[in-house]
Design a protein around this ligand. Structure first.
Ligand SMILES: NC(=O)c1ccc[n+]([C@@H]2O[C@H](COP(=O)([O-])OP(=O)(O)OC[C@H]3O[C@@H](n4cnc5c(N)ncnc54)[C@H](O)[C@@H]3O)[C@@H](O)[C@H]2O)c1
Length: 381
């Protein structure tokens, strides 16, 4: 089995690469990642020399590169695509939504199109139960459902009502997946998971940002009244859910994934303060995020009943181990924070635009270089 996994240098992607290589030692994994500010080769240093792992630096919206890989020209026939590549930070999407549409929407369409073009069995007639050789999993988010009141849960039937440019771009990608399933009967499965925590998360996100700040006796920025509620799941439990969705998920289906661990941001903040032995004077209330969703909560009974998924980590032990991991990996934190801008406190629109321009020029230069060498394989590290 050979899989194209995208976004594998990020938080969930790197945990998933490690999970797959461990669980299926004979699978070949090609990790296509643009190595943006959120993608760190350090996240996969331990598997970089595994003969079953290959890294390709590139963007998922680069159709030429994606087709080169999915057609099998690059490293042989592809049996599956798992798409995690995305711009993933809501605050950044409020600063500038354009790259979110490029990566999350256009990128998904390019991958789906490649899966269609190279996955349809030769001689198959569309409309009469077409057969495909490539399965596709779209890793989506509970944020596509919008915000809940004090009660109730998101089910797979909850209408999509995204509220941020980030969640709107993920919802658009989900709609494309749905359309490719309905139009071409492609074996596409979508997972929608709640907030993840665990090792290798970029320290712009709440839990690693706060742990890092507190370890350095810096204040932690809490939005608004701190009462926004999120459901937290350990990243390894999410990876096992994606694994199941890929291997057993029914084509065209959506599977919600959640930890049944609702916590307000203030509860998380106080837990981290207490675990790290710090006082509440380090809490800094900041102006609320624009359009901030109040509450997310997931009903994950479908994936539990139909695919046999169950989370293994309890929040109490999982968060304790996570804090321990960041404490013990301060060199990793230092390396990745070197490239990091704290959006919640420092970034202005101008800074964000400059970052995007820099990233896009680098991508354009790379695409130009690849255009000259498309007959030879792309750079592999
Ligand atoms: N983190 C969460 O709590 C959570 C919850 C549910 C779903 N998700 C989804 O899971 C996926 C992974 O999330 P994450 O937290 O690991 O994100 P992340 O920001 O840590 O990593 C994203 C990765 O994608 C890469 N990338 C970005 N744009 C790209 C492009 N155009 N082409 C190729 N690579 C690109 C980045 O370099 C990075 O390595 C995302 O699709 C996200 O929407 C995340």
């Amino acid at each position: 089995m050979r899989l194209l996994l995208t976004g594998g240098l990020g938080f969930i992607g790197s945990n998933l690469v490690r999970h797959l290589l461990k669980t299926y030692p004979d699978y070949d994994i090609i990790n296509l990642d643009a190595q943006t500010y959120a993608g760190h080769p350090e996240n996969l240093e331990d598997v970089a020399n595994n003969p079953h792992y290959k890294f390709v630096r590139g963007r998922i919206e680069d159709a030429r590169l994606v087709n080169h890989i999915v057609s099998g020209e690059f490293a042989g026939k592809i049996d599956g695509i798992i798409n995690l590549a995305a711009e993933s930070h809501v605050d950044r999407s409020i600063e500038n939504a354009q790259v979110f549409v490029n990566s999350n929407v256009l990128g998904t369409q390019v991958l789906l199109e490649a899966a269609f073009r190279y996955g349809l069995k030769p001689g198959t007639k569309l409309g009469v139960n077409p057969e495909y050789t490539i399965r596709y999993v779209q890793v989506s988010t509970d944020e596509v459902y919008g915000s809940l009141g004090p009660t109730g849960f998101f089910t797979e039937e909850t209408p999509l009502a995204p509220n941020s440019p980030y969640s709107a771009s993920k919802a658009a990608a989900d709609m494309l997946c749905r359309a490719y399933f309905h139009t071409f009967a492609m074996p596409v499965v979508i997972t929608r998971c709640s907030n993840n925590y665990g090792p290798y998360q970029h320290p712009e996100k709440l839990i690693p940002l706060f742990i890092n700040n507190l370890m350095n006796n810096k204040q932690v920025p809490v939005y608004g009244d701190g009462k926004n509620i999120r459901d937290w799941l350990h990243v390894e439990d999410h990876c096992r859910a994606i694994d199941l969705a890929f291997h057993k998920g029914v084509a065209g289906e959506v599977y919600n994934v959640g930890g049944n661990n609702e916590r307000t941001n203030m509860q998380i903040t106080k837990l981290l303060l207490s675990e790290l032995g710090k006082g509440e004077e380090l809490i800094k209330y900041v102006e609320d995020r624009l359009g901030h969703d109040r509450r997310y909560a997931i009903d994950s009974s479908k994936i539990q009943n139909e695919l046999g998924w169950q989370p293994k980590h309890t929040f109490e032990t999982g968060i304790h181990e996570t804090i321990y991991w960041y404490k013990n990996n301060q060199d990793w934190l230092q390396k990745v924070t070197g490239k990091h801008v704290d959006v919640q406190t420092e970034t202005t629109r101008a800074q964000e635009a400059a970052r995007l321009q820099q990233e896009q020029s680098a991508a354009a230069a790379q695409a130009a270089a690849q255009a000259h060498s498309v007959t030879s394989p792309p750079a592999v590290i």
